[in-house]
Design a protein around this ligand. Structure first.
Ligand code: COA
Length: 166
């Protein structure tokens, strides 16, 4: 059985992430969407909230499961005998960082391959911080996040009067 892992912060999950998830799930027998708990980031949504959102929007994809992990993604992959790491590439600007990460991961876990999927054209410009920005100031996030979580994300991030942006 060919298994892959798709790690990310998903703060929140976007239509771009979901596109990568669907396409990877059609290539592999099983895909684990791994919410990597990154100590360098201060997320707007808790781990539980993010897990819940990822589970909700992927519930119709039978070969996808969702998990969270703090530590190196290669350690998670090795422990679970997963040998493919999926990453999405949006623009040239993603390349350098992804290249560095893929090579570092290969050094640590040579049995694994990093596989890059190019993001669909309509999601090229998307990022979670852009979604957070739009939501904070009451903009319409419907084009950017999956339907099931539009309301929740909008409600949670909207700044109320007098509140300061995080
Ligand atoms: N569609 C939309 N947005 C996308 C996207 C896509 N297809 N792919 C990436 N992005 C965006 C994310 O929304 C996020 O945006 P933001 O910075 O505005 O919030 C940004 O690209 C980066 O997101 P993500 O892919 O989630 O990466 P990350 O920088 O949060 O890091 C890991 C994720 C998995 C690499 C990292 O947290 C990790 O692995 N941590 C564990 C430690 C480890 O193993 N590190 C690697 C050692 S080499």
């Amino acid at each position: 059985m060919k298994q892959a892992v798709y790690p990310g912060s998903f703060d929140p999950i976007t239509r771009g992430h979901l596109d990568i998830i669907r396409r990877s799930a059609s290539v592999f027998d099983h895909l684990t969407v791994l919410l990597a708990i990154n100590p360098d980031k201060t997320p707007n949504f808790t781990v539980e909230e993010r897990l819940e959102m990822v589970r909700l929007v992927t519930k119709d994809i039978p070969n996808v499961t969702v998990d969270a992990f703090q530590g190196l993604m290669v350690d998670y992959a090795r422990k679970n005998e997963i040998t493919v790491i999926v990453r999405g590439l949006r623009a040239v600007s993603d390349f350098e960082n992804e290249f560095q990460m893929a090579l570092t991961n290969r050094k640590m876990y040579p049995e694994a391959e990093t596989l890059f999927l190019t993001t669909s054209l309509e999601n090229m410009y998307l990022s979670s911080s852009m979604v957070r920005d739009v939501a904070r100031f009451g903009g319409n996030i419907e084009p950017f996040v999956p339907d099931e979580i539009v309301e929740e994300v909008a409600k949670r991030l909207l700044l109320t009067e007098g509140e300061e942006a995080k």
